[in-house]
Design a protein around this ligand. Sequence first.
Ligand code: PGA
Length: 243
Amino acid sequence: MLIAANWKMNLNKFSIEDFAGTLYEYEFTKQVKLCIFPSIIHVNYLKDMIATLPVAVGGQTCHYEKRGAFTGDISADALLEAGCEYVLLGHSERRKYHNESNSFIKKCATTALHNGLIPIICVGENIREREDDIATKVVENQLNECMPDEFGEIVIAYEPLWSIGTGKIPTMKQIMEMHGVIKQTVGLQSKLVKVLYGGSVNISNASEILSVDNVDGLLVGGASLHANELLQIYNLAAEQCQI
Ligand code: PGA
């Protein structure tokens, strides 16, 4: 299982130091991988801080070009050099505030794979699409347009837009159906592809979500900002692996 902690544009050096201190008191298991996505300026700092822990660090985005005149962007090479293992791509906030399109995300995912990073491609429908009963069509289309053409270790995060930061989550049946559709759509690659659920995950709902078929982990936003909360979610994932 994979637990991905998306810190977005939060935390600073002091809170990261505290966070790392709590992580050092915890015993991690091999069955559940934890990856933290700090803001880019803190990637090196966090990486150094947790150097001896079995916890991965990732970037919140990357560009598809190797280098060049792209002010404010970050290359996959630079993420790798900083010790990142994963990169989040096409998060709904990137799609909304930075106009990232499916074809842009596909190019980024391809570059990430070539550079040895594991892309976590985010997909999900908005509330209108859910109500109009076209959620699966929307997600299938996002996948068809975002997945790189070659095989590789890829993670898909199903994050319904209406669930991110709202406290609302889909029913377990809806999650099961969507994760099934995602595995089916990636087809032959499905053995290499993990599917995470993201959107308002917390300590009260994590266990139930993790027990759903085809849920290989979680992408956690708000609840990942406090080490104790994140570790409780991690613990629930570890328990789920024992079942
Ligand atoms: P949330 O965010 O857990 O705060 O809903 C999830 C995400 O945006 O990845």
